[in-house]
Ligand binder design. Sequence first.
Ligand SMILES: O=C(O)CCC(=O)C(=O)O
Ligand SMILES: [Fe+2]
Length: 346
Amino acid sequence: MASNGNLSIPIVDLSPFTSGEAGGDLESRKRAAAADLAEKLQVNGSVGIIGHGVPVVLLQEAFRMVKTLFNLPYEDKMKAPHPDGTVPHRGYSGLGREQGAAKTALETDDEIEKDAYTSASDYKESYEIGSEENRIQYNIWLPEDVFPGFRHFTIELFWTLNKTTNAILDALIMSLNLSEQEANSVRALHTGHDNQLRLLHYPSISGEMLAKEKDIGRLGAHTDWSTFTLLFQDTHGGLEFHDRQTDEFAPATPKEGVVYMNIGDMFQRISNGFYPSARHRVVISGKAKGEATPARYSIPYFLVPQPDGVIEPQPSLVVAHGKQVYKPVTFNSYSEEMFRATQVRE
Ligand SMILES: O=C(O)CCC(=O)C(=O)O
Ligand SMILES: [Fe+2]
């Protein structure tokens, strides 16, 4: 499917939900922002957010940290290896350990399409972090002397981003006009302890390498199995979201102050399909021109429900839509299947 540079991702200002102010006309500004969010996000499940409240300096520091991490010698990074098995999804995964698009292959019966989604593994390396209190998905850390301060900083970043995702969840809840009881149950599914912070490095790819390895790719088209995802990125671009109307991909162009957000499979279900889980990918920028593609760093943050929490369409939406589009599932059963599909076994 083609990239179309003329398509763009809509932008929403969520500052009424993140500013921490109270009183005045805040309630009506929240309602206006939530309505704007509903209008734009329901189209493709992706938006750019301004007024997200994450301090610029924190993000700058985060990207410095990520670069330092991936610049470490491979032997050092492998002191925190991501183990095989379905848990924990933590620690370091080297180049070619994942196939993000293999999940998409599950969604088609077309063998040729299936093959295309499973033939290439992603040319990226990653490091995943969760809550220190999560006993099932426990953190795997580098020894402190290998990267002093890394653990402390990333845990702070994790909880700062959780505040942002909670504010956005409030906006989503308001945008759907959920009842108080529904709102409380959706909030209760998300304690923060199941969220995931992902540090990603897509190494540079030379023109020569591109010519030699036809199948090389960054991250194939997929949806996330989160509730929703925040995508922080550097200035190099390459992230694209699927546009359902044209069946093309729109670039999520890096812009100062904008964080892109996509709906994941869980909120698609919770919203009874009102918000679609957004298909997205990361493409190689130089391919068409035969030029080298520079390295790219990104920091996705996934809002994730409790593993045994029941994910189901909210009753008021089922009534409003006249049908229940999804059966209830637990996040656990859903994610295990997805995890198995996307890991490359050695
Ligand atoms: O690197 C990016 O910007 C996107 C990452 C992504 O989609 C993912 O990790 O699920
Ligand atoms: Fe993703």
